[in-house]
Design a protein around this ligand. Structure first.
Ligand SMILES: Cc1cc2nc3c(=O)[nH]c(=O)nc-3n(C[C@H](O)[C@H](O)[C@H](O)COP(=O)(O)O)c2cc1C
Length: 155
């Protein structure tokens, strides 16, 4: 079975990590794309009314994703990457998990952040997939790793 690295990135940091991980694992790469891209005003966490603040305050928020052909049958392990927002995953990751069937898959998380760890990210995301689907907290990719290091961290 093939591996898939799926990621959301608002400002490019997670995208860079995702590309390196996909290369190290010889995995396919898939971008989780918001229908409405995030502007820098949207990402202002100091503004309580910014789009990201409002989404993260609302557990039911599910920002729309661009619907692209994605044949999950080909994959047994899906690596999902995102920037940490307010100590969890951006809501768009919940949209992604609820948009496809993750039964009988293994999900491994990776993230980039300003320094925080996964927090409650995995716990929140587990509510979006069947209870038999494991969601494993992988690694933060804030540092630069070689291909070999990435392979041994995630393989
Ligand atoms: C709305 C928002 C909330 C954030 N919350 C956190 C946080 O709780 N902890 C942290 O360490 N970094 C936080 N960050 C920083 C991002 O996680 C970090 O810059 C990340 O690498 C950005 O990835 P990207 O370029 O792929 O979007 C936040 C950034 C934004 C825009």
């Amino acid at each position: 079975m093939d591996k898939l690295v799926a990621y959301f990135s608002a400002t490019g940091t997670t995208e860079c990590a995702a590309k390196q991980l996909a290369q190290a694992l010889s995995a396919d790469l898939y971008e989780i794309e918001p229908v409405e891209k995030y502007t820098s005003a949207d990402l202002n966490w100091m503004d309580k009314k910014s789009r990201s603040s409002l989404e993260m305050k609302d557990p039911k928020s599910r920002p729309a994703i661009v619907k692209k052909a994605l044949d999950l049958d080909r994959y047994d392990t899906i690596y999902i990457g995102f920037p940490i927002w307010w100590y969890v995953a951006p809501r768009i990751i919940e949209t992604f998990l609820e948009s496809y069937d993750f039964a009988n898959k293994k999900i491994v998380l990776f993230a980039t952040s300003g320094g925080s760890h996964f927090g409650k990210a995995a716990d929140v995301l587990r509510k979006c997939v069947p209870s038999s689907t494991p969601i494993i907290e992988g690694h933060l990719l804030n540092d630069i790793y070689t291909k070999e290091q990435l392979k041994s961290l995630f393989d």
